[in-house]
Design a protein. Structure first.
Length: 75
């Protein structure tokens, strides 16, 4: 989410609306994938009732992970 729109409850409202829409269609479980380092998203999902289910290993690391690795090598 754009930094200028954070901390207004938008992500919470979107998450709740999507979960309600899924439940209305008979969905009984939702899985999300979030990077370990994305603490704001992890907090949001925890408040929404999501729990850690399993880890995931990227075959190709996301751009942020690559950038972090590059920065670490340059030191």
């Amino acid at each position: 989410m754009h930094p200028g729109h954070r901390r207004r409850g938008l992500a919470t409202a979107i998450t709740a609306a999507l979960a309600a829409a899924a439940a209305g269609r008979g969905v009984t479980g939702i899985y999300l994938q979030v990077e370990d380092g994305n603490l704001p998203a992890r907090r949001l999902y925890r408040r929404a009732g999501f729990i850690a289910h399993h880890g995931y290993h990227y075959r190709v690391a996301p751009p942020d992970a690559l950038r972090l690795a590059d920065n670490g090598l340059e030191s």
